[in-house]
Design a binder for this molecule. Structure first.
Ligand code: AP5
Ligand code: MG
Length: 192
């Protein structure tokens, strides 16, 4: 298996580049944001709880998020996939440690973390633009600013965490979608 974390601030292109990664490398995509939005749409108890955090731009508590990810891993149907792209998970050191343990129990691990670097002005521009059509409760300026604060305070320390494990690969996340993907694929091809 080849398991990747696609990492970066809100709007850095994690979802966009994940789609291209699964196409090129035959990977299975797990977006925790999408898992939560599906649960909100189905009005499950976890979804109702998650909604109150997401619309404020706050993180879902670690214990709940780890439980949800464990359920997704257990129900993973695509057994032909050659690995997993984790998009939006982990977002805290506690989640990273839980992920390490969950993958270890399944006889695998994280092979690379691709970090997308994008200027804050560009992040805000992309998310406001997406907000015109996305219907996402968190694609508005106030919530975007809060998501960026949360990213700086709680999520960005993971760069150090994965750098110290020797698997963090920063990538320039600006330019066209295809140019960024070429940079990512160049890296991934060397690692596989
Ligand atoms: P999540 O859904 O993961 O949101 P996010 O991290 O805020 O990131 P986005 O999905 O907004 O952006 P992205 O990096 O995927 O960029 P995209 O490709 O869409 O999480 C939402 C919420 O759920 C969190 O705030 C939290 O509350 C909760 N949550 C989720 N996971 C959690 C966890 N592990 N723990 C706790 N809580 C959790 O691109 C953005 C836009 O830009 C798109 O419109 C795209 O078309 C456009 N675009 C992309 N690339 C380019 C480019 N190169 N040039 C121009 N436009 C571009
Ligand atoms: Mg996304």
């Amino acid at each position: 298996m080849f398991n990747l974390v696609i990492f970066g601030a809100p709007g850095s292109g994690k979802g966009t580049q994940s789609e291209k990664l699964i196409d090129k490398y035959g990977l299975y995509h797990i977006s925790t944001g999408q898992v939560l939005r599906d649960q909100i749409a189905r009005k499950t108890p976890d979804g109702i709880l998650a909604d109150s955090y997401i619309s404020k731009g706050h993180l879902i508590p670690d214990d709940l998020m780890v439980k949800i990810l464990g359920d997704v891993l257990d129900s993973k149907k695509d057994l032909t996939a050659k690995g997993i792209v984790f998009d939006g998970f982990p977002r805290t050191i506690k989640q990273a440690e839980a992920l390490r343990k969950m993958l270890d129990e399944r006889g695998t691990g994280i092979h690379a973390v691709i970090g997308l670097d994008v200027d804050e002005d560009e992040l805000i521009k992309r998310l406001l633009n997406r907000g015109k059509t996305s219907g996402r409760s968190d694609d508005n300026l106030d919530t975007i600013k809060e998501r960026l604060n949360v990213y700086h305070n709680e999520t960005s320390p993971l760069r150090e965490y994965y750098s110290s494990l020797g698997c963090y690969h920063p990538i320039d996340g600006s330019g066209t979608v295809d140019d960024i993907f070429d940079r990512i694929a160049n890296h991934v091809d060397k690692l596989k």
